[in-house]
Ligand binder design. Structure first.
Ligand code: NDP
Length: 449
């Protein structure tokens, strides 16, 4: 499969051990495809068992999360924390609450997070956590009891110098606040740097809520300018999803002159050729926590279509998948190509299947992997930790300016690595190689640990 015998051997072993972990194997294959171009230049990687160590998480914690619903019925969910790699800093990565959560998804996210965090220029290792709990349809009190129970086990594995969780799918400001409250109560310390995405009244950072979506657009802006001498101005854009990442990607895109014509949730999508009315969408999603179909009920120019995967049939210039893994397959990619799209910028983690990536890259569209283009969220979490340590708060503009600088340097690191590998503009290759080289150097320096 790979030119490198070493990578073939390591991959065969990962596949033997984790045969049933399909998302994890997919993520490893994607990274190995890139490392295959550079591994021969680094014989020390094999002699130090570097890649064997890199693919194996340093620690995986799995635990029971019992909680009682409003009717007095006991439920038991499964909690996870994957502490993937601490070579360049404390483990850092969000928690996901979604019924689909399992060990494979946690490991794929932790593995990707390690490379993403390396690209941010900040000292953060990689981790990820979560539970198969579904916050949808639960009361605030039920969500609070669940978060408290989750943290009652998690607290012993985290800390500002050990492992710093944050939000992800199903974990927003409400859930982070409940988890932080329980942590503080157990350890009896106001240790703000233990979790990020906190509320502004207790150590959160301005612009963290917007950071992943805004950062995605800053990265896209850089790529459009550098690779096509172009911009968002006048472009039709699809932003899939309608959660945290999608909402702020859509907002920044419109500020930069693009028109967001379609957005979705897991049930279907809305199309509005005038451009999605974002104050309306924010009201439906943030205040009412309602389905996206409500948007079409209330906005006369909009149309609702069942089935979220059909969103890629809408004609657009730029696609920004911001919902979940494998949400765009080859059918979706073919629609984009047929409709003349020029770029796909990933806001979610691994939203394109390998077949979709191949089609998009071979058709000459700009393609950026989530580990590079969605890294603005974790980068701003890093800035939240810095502010917590310094015991001060920066203004929105200060954080936003730092975020823009970080996204520019991530783009440059990816582009430069793609040039060094002889494939200028292959941002997936560039992200994997640039992200890995820093972690590899730190791991080699620290000995066999
Ligand atoms: P949210 O929970 O806020 O929103 C998720 C959105 O995606 C919702 O619209 C949801 O629809 C939809 N969705 C979830 N699962 C699926 C699915 N299986 N198929 C189709 N749609 C789905 O999550 P975020 O916006 O925080 O995260 C979105 C993506 O971005 C994830 O991949 C996450 O890992 C990644 N990410 C998030 C960061 C952050 O800072 N929040 C940072 C970096 C990456 P519904 O409401 O119907 O479930």
């Amino acid at each position: 499969m790979y030119k490198s015998e070493y990578l073939n051997r390591v991959y065969a072993e990962v596949e033997r051990r984790d045969a049933h972990e399909k998302e994890f194997l997919q993520a490893v294959r994607e990274v190995f495809d890139s490392l295959d171009l550079v591994v021969d230049k680094h014989p020390e990687w094999e002699s130090h068992g570097l890649i064997e160590r890199f693919v194996e998480p340093e620690r995986v914690v799995q635990f029971r999360v019992p909680w009682v619903d409003d009717a007095g019925v006991t439920h038991v969910n499964r909690g996870f924390r994957v502490q993937y790699n601490s070579a360049i800093g404390p483990y850092k990565g969000g928690c996901r609450f979604h019924p689909s959560v399992n060990l494979s998804i946690m490991k794929f996210l932790g593995f990707e997070q390690t490379l993403k965090n390396s690209l941010t220029t900040l000292p953060m290792g990689g981790g990820k956590g979560g539970s198969d709990f579904d916050p949808k349809g639960k009361s605030d009190n039920e969500v609070m009891r669940f978060c408290q129970s989750f943290m009652t086990e998690l607290y012993r594995h985290i800390g500002q110098f050990t492992d710093v969780p944050a939000g992800d799918i199903g974990v927003g400001a409400r859930e982070v606040a409940y988890m932080y409250g329980q942590y503080k109560r157990i350890v009896n310390r106001f240790e703000g740097g233990v979790i990020t995405g906190k509320g502004l009244t207790f150590g959160g950072s301005l612009a963290r809520t917007q950071a992943t979506g805004y950062g995605l657009c800053y990265f896209a802006q850089e790529a459009l300018k550098n690779l096509k001498n172009d911009s968002f101005e006048g472009k039709k854009v699809i932003v899939s999803g309608s959660g945290n990442v999608a909402q702020y990607a859509a907002e920044k895109c419109q500020q930069l002159g693009g028109t967001v014509v379609a957005m979705s949730d897991s049930q279907g999508y809305v199309y509005d050729e005038n451009g999605i009315d974002l104050p309306k969408l924010f009201d439906i999603k943030q205040k009412r926590r309602a389905r996206i179909s409500v948007y079409a009920d209330e906005v006369p120019t909009a149309k609702y279509v069942e089935g979220c995967k059909n969103i890629w049939k809408v004609k657009c210039d730029i696609a920004m998948p911001c919902a979940s893994q494998n949400e765009m397959d080859e059918k979706g990619a073919l629609c984009l190509i047929k409709n003349g799209a020029i770029a796909v910028f990933e806001g979610a983690n691994m939203p394109l299947t390998p077949e979709a990536i191949e089609l998009v890259e071979h058709s000459g569209l700009i393609y950026s992997p989530g580990k590079a283009s969605n890294a603005g969220g974790v980068a701003t979490s890093g800035l939240e930790m810095t502010q917590n340590s310094m015991r001060l708060s920066w203004t929105f503009e200060e954080v936003d300016e730092k975020l823009q600088g970080i996204m520019k340097s991530i783009y440059k690191a990816c582009y430069d690595a793609s040039v060094e590998c002889g494939h200028p503009g292959d941002l997936m290759l560039g992200a994997n190689v640039a992200g890995f080289l820093k972690v590899a150097e730190a791991m080699l320096a620290q000995g066999i640990v």
